[in-house]
Write a protein that binds this ligand. Structure first.
Ligand code: NAD
Length: 341
């Protein structure tokens, strides 16, 4: 079954926007896993979120395992609309297929002038990240995102991060490129810290994955990941990562979003000046001896957008994966060549 043009456009827009923001791990390289999801029937095409609970400012939506790019977009549209009525909206989106780069959703809220917080869990595959002290994965890379709107329809600050030191997709990209990941970001199957991305993707003959990702910030990051699991999923009726929930290869996200209208806070006239002054204060600090610059959250993505304004490279392994998934989806060799060049 084919996506309708609007759905295809929403998926393409978000994936390309992730590449342009410098996050290749959440860019067009995700498409082969989406094609697998469509072909095995776990990703539902042309689906929309349905309302589970509607209490005005509080809305719970079920994503029905549809494309996260449609679910995320429509959930944020609803959140902005509710926040415009009530000053704040709390929107739970559960059971969506992969919603990709979470900053995209904060940017959608910021484009309407709203601040937002997002706590997210991810299930469907075996877990990826170990709890602090553990050597075996127990939850996903559970992203946390928060943004305040700036002056130009873009976020003034945007923190958007996996709660693992590196996102799972970054280990995939590193393994595809044959490069190391930063030291101590992966735990191998013997329980040792390593920089070898293959230790994370290693699968033993019984099909059990060997490694785990390390949560950022020791017990603090591990604790935040656990709160993403509980507030971002369990609270909304979404599934958490324990093994009684299915692990059939789906990539299912649940997300709790809190969207705030600065006008309703009474700060629409003042907070922009305040964040400008704060930004200036942060950036004018002397540098730490081992660092050569200070950036604020969201700035690396802005810089990547400038650098990639004329396009971005896709590594050859990802191109091969895109080619073979396009063929699995029924495109002719000629059509694939025309698309990939
Ligand atoms: P990252 O480590 O590249 O960046 C994390 C945050 O830190 C960003 O807000 C960035 O602006 C900021 N930052 C980066 N370098 C900085 C510096 N030198 N100084 C100051 N701030 C800096 O991102 P990540 O943790 O690898 O996550 C990548 C993407 O993966 C995110 O967009 C996230 O939403 C996405 N993700 C999605 C899922 C999912 O299931 N949908 C799961 C995990 C991650």
């Amino acid at each position: 079954m084919q996506s309708l043009p609007r759905e295809a456009a929403l998926v393409a827009d978000q994936l390309v926007a992730a590449n342009l923001a410098g996050h290749d791990s959440h860019g067009v390289g995700m498409l082969p896993s989406y094609v697998d999801g469509v072909l095995n029937g776990r990703l539902k095409v042309n689906s929309h979120p349905t309302v589970v609970i509607d209490n005005g400012a509080l809305l719970t939506l079920d994503g029905n395992a549809g494309y996260g790019q449609v679910n995320g977009f429509e959930a944020m549209e609803a959140a902005v609309e509710r926040a415009s009525q009530h000053g704040v909206a709390i929107v739970g989106l559960r059971n969506s297929y992969h919603i990709g780069r979470i900053g995209h959703w904060a940017e959608q809220c910021a484009a309407s002038g709203y601040a937002s917080l997002h706590l997210v869990n991810v299930i469907g595959h075996p877990p990826l990240v170990a709890a602090y002290g553990g050597a075996e994965a127990r939850f996903g890379t559970n992203p946390f995102c928060a943004a305040v709107p700036g002056r130009d329809g873009r976020p003034g600050f945007l923190l958007d991060m996996a709660t693992s030191i590196i996102a799972g997709g970054k280990a995939r990209v590193a393994a595809n490129k044959g490069v190391k990941v930063p030291p101590n970001t992966i735990i191998d199957s013997d329980g040792n810290l390593t920089d070898d991305p293959n230790a994370f993707w290693y699968t033993d003959p019984s099909g059990k994955r060997g490694g785990a990702l390390v949560a950022f910030g020791d017990h603090k990051g591990s604790g935040l990941a656990i709160m993403c699991e509980l507030l971002g999923a369990a609270l909304l009726g979404g599934e958490t990562a324990h093994p009684k929930n299915p692990r059939d290869g789906r990539i299912i996200n649940s997300m709790l979003s809190v969207v705030i209208d600065p006008a309703a806070m009474g700060t629409a006239e003042t907070y922009l000046d305040e964040i400008d002054l704060f930004r200036e204060f942060v950036l004018e600090s002397r540098l730490r001896s081992d660092c050569d610059q200070i950036l604020v959250p969201g700035q690396p993505e802005e810089l990547a957008r400038e650098q990639r304004a004329d396009g971005f490279d896709v590594d050859p392994v990802t191109i091969d994966q895109l080619r073979s998934s396009a063929q699995r989806a029924g495109l002719s060799d000629q059509a694939v060549d025309d698309l990939l060049g």
